[in-house]
Design a protein around this ligand. Structure first.
Ligand code: GRG
Length: 295
């Protein structure tokens, strides 16, 4: 099978897999309070590239994990991600009306229900991990909590909000994204890998460097797409960074240098995996896909 086809088959199968795990884990929309459960399901099901889940499954392949064991880790990171998007789209934050090609959760369900849906999805993520068939559930819960709290994603979001109307330098921008975007991506990789055989300290370190590089590359691509994409291709509002006068890789470096930075991070991510052999195949493919993505 051609490598591109094999990748499409694998990623499509894993994306459907996590969709069904999340679907089975969430309360049904018919269960009271129906509106809240409907909003939760609206935000997390039927959309999104599932990058974080794919990273968890791919990292699981590196340590020969059974995908059935990775399922809960993959679901947990997608649940957290969906919560963060709901909250990020609220009027008090990024104030957006379009997400994954449909009205944002607060447009569809109202602000109060959207806020609660985000809260409840975050709880669901921890519930999924806490009851998962993992070797060390406590460690997994700790890892995710640290990645999404004030020293991780939520902290990065606060730095981003505080920077409104100000210009950040490159180091400040990188620090913000290391928390806001990369922390969850790093957690996805580590949680997935931890579902398989124990890793050596060197392997752990290499995987951490892979995830950091790919997390940052994901963000630089996001900045480039905000300039080059359309609402139709992205499924979310395009050109927002310029309207909000946000510092981005493109505003600080220019488009050409931002593209070069993506390629440098791409090469760095691939290089960190050289010692892993064929088990790294999916992580390598994911690195290629993340930097080449168009939405
Ligand atoms: C509200 C605590 C809190 C955090 C929000 C994730 C986030 C932090 C904000 C989202 C805003 C944003 C554009 C971040 C940059 C990168 C990013 C996370 C893009 C969206 O992720 P994708 O492209 O989305 O993986 P899909 O829809 O494919 O899942």
């Amino acid at each position: 099978m051609h490598p591109d086809v094999a990748w499409a088959v694998w990623s499509g199968e894993r994306a459907r897999r996590v969709e069904s795990v999340v679907d089975g884990f969430l309360p049904p929309a018919t269960e009271p309070p129906q509106r809240l459960h409907e909003a939760m399901r609206y935000a997390v099901l039927g959309g999104g590239k599932r990058v974080r889940a794919l990273l968890a499954y791919a990292a699981g392949e590196l340590t020969s994990a059974d995908p059935a064991v990775v399922d809960r880790a993959a679901a947990a990171v997608e649940l957290i991600h969906a919560y963060s998007l709901i909250h990020d789209d609220l009027p008090c934050m990024d104030d957006d009306v379009l997400r994954r090609g449909k009205p944002t959760c607060h447009i569809a369900f109202g602000e109060a229900t959207a806020l609660l849906a985000g809260d409840a999805l975050q709880s669901c993520a921890f519930e999924a991990l806490a009851a998962a068939p993992l070797r060390d559930r406590g460690q997994a819960v700790l890892l995710l909590a640290q990645a999404v709290g004030s020293r991780g994603m939520a902290g990065g979001q606060e730095i981003d909000l505080a920077a409104a109307g100000q210009s950040l330098d490159l180091a400040e921008l990188e620090h913000m994204h290391a928390l806001k975007t990369s922390a969850l991506i790093r957690a996805a990789v580590r949680l997935g890998a931890d579902c398989g055989r124990p890793m050596s300290a060197d392997e752990n370190d290499a995987l951490h460097r892979y995830a950091s590089a790919i997390g940052l590359a994901f963000q630089v691509v996001d900045d480039v797409l905000d300039v080059e994409g359309t609402a139709q291709s992205l499924g979310k509002t395009a050109g927002k960074d310029a309207v909000q006068r946000k510092s981005t890789y493109v505003t600080l470096m220019g488009l050409a240098a931002a593209r070069e930075r993506i390629e440098t991070l791409h090469v760095a991510a691939r290089t960190t995996l050289t010692g892993f052999g064929t088990g790294a195949r999916r992580l390598l493919e994911l690195a290629d896909w993340i930097v080449a993505r168009t939405h």
